[in-house]
Write a protein that binds this ligand. Structure first.
Ligand code: ADP
Length: 346
């Protein structure tokens, strides 16, 4: 017995879930949901629920797997055993191995891989609930997780499928359309419309195929907006704290007060000495004296104060670089053991 619907598109041009033929399912994303991953993203797209996690770049063990001129990207797409109605047998299957390979190839072109020779970036996409279009959903989440991990990329990649039901092309297939439709064409694209993944199941004419690409472009454009908005939300939260602005205000107020006090103290030097019983004021006078010693004029003083602020940021930058380098040495014990085994074999 088949659950195939009699009609996929009604007389008003609406699909079984009420969408128009060129409409994608509602999508929402959340970034940075896993504290132990370097980058992560949770995505809901229709009834699909996908979690993507990125670890790295970190040193790759065993060393024989290292690439001399680029980072190695590993991608694992996995459907949780409970993600579909009938339990899926846990572990890799032919389907998941194939999807992992083609999906990695879909986003790898935008990653600046040459920046981390000898390192590895691990990307995991776990499908928690599946309802058609999980490979494209996983690519969309993985790209945001990569950006969340701070992996340098030329841009984002977005993915979406086009299919054919009732003789018409439809964007972003739902489960019955995927199961019983005449065609399923998942695609991934860069922001320039460069196609990095096309797969096809079923039959379409060459004209339909061209139209499918155009429909998919529009779907991917909408998805990329959501991806960008998700990334922006993270940095908007940082902006709310206004760290940079505070620093600016502090710098200028420090400079201004230093200049003011130096000017006043030229005039009131003696007065200041008389009132020197107050410890705080004594400090102020000393500071002012120092400022006066630091001839020449006020503009130079300002430059000098700004220089000292800059060197402070340099100091923080050094700390950040050190932290980053330390993260490279944070290698999985398992991998390290494997590497030792390898060396022994060698
Ligand atoms: P995609 O999820 O990328 O569209 P498929 O076209 O292979 O990939 O699968 C379509 C849908 O079929 C999946 O989203 C999922 O809901 C269901 N499905 C896939 N594999 C299985 C499986 N082994 N057992 C049960 N349902 C599955």
């Amino acid at each position: 017995m088949s659950d195939k619907p009699e009609k996929f598109i009604d007389e008003n041009g609406l699909r079984l879930d009420g969408r128009r033929v060129d409409e994608i399912r509602p999508m929402k994303m959340e970034i940075g949901v896993l504290s132990r991953a370097d980058g992560s993203c949770y995505l809901e797209w229709g009834k699909n629920k996908v979690l993507a996690a990125v670890y790295g770049p970190r040193e790759l063990h065993p060393r024989r797997l290292q690439k001399a001129d680029s980072v190695l990207i590993r991608y694992r797409y996995n459907m949780a055993a409970f993600s579909v109605e009938d339990r899926i047998r846990p572990g890799p299957s032919r389907r998941s191995i194939e999807i992992s390979k083609v999906s990695r190839e879909a986003f790898e072109p935008v990653v600046l891989t040459h920046l981390y020779p000898g390192a590895v970036i691990d990307v995991f996409a776990e499908v928690l609930q599946a309802d058609a279009g999980t490979r494209t959903a996983a690519i969309n989440a993985a790209c945001v997780a990569l950006a969340d991990a701070g992996i340098p990329m030329k841009g984002l990649v977005s993915a979406c499928a086009v299919g054919k039901v009732d003789g018409q092309l439809v964007l972003d297939l739902n489960k019955p359309e995927d199961n019983y439709g005449d065609a399923d064409i998942p695609m991934a694209m860069t922001s320039d419309g460069e196609i990095t993944l096309v797969q096809m199941d079923g039959d379409v004419t060459p004209e339909e195929f061209k139209k499918a690409i155009e429909m998919c472009k529009e779907g991917c454009r909408q998805i990329m907006e959501i991806q960008k908005e998700t990334l922006r939300s993270k940095f908007t939260k940082l902006e709310d704290v206004d760290i940079s602005d505070d620093e600016e205000v502090d710098v200028s107020s420090i400079v201004e007060s230093a200049l003011e006090s130096s000017e006043n103290d030229v005039e009131d030097e003696e007065e200041a000495e008389v009132e020197s019983g107050d410890a705080d004021q004594e400090d102020e006078v000393e500071d002012a004296d120092e400022d006066l010693d630091d001839e020449p004029e006020s503009e130079d003083d300002e430059d000098e104060d700004l220089d000292s602020v800059e060197s402070h940021s340099d100091f923080e930058a050094v700390e950040l670089v050190e932290d980053f380098e330390e993260s490279f040495t944070d290698v999985d014990e398992e991998d390290a053991t494997e590497d030792e085994d390898d060396e022994e074999k060698d």
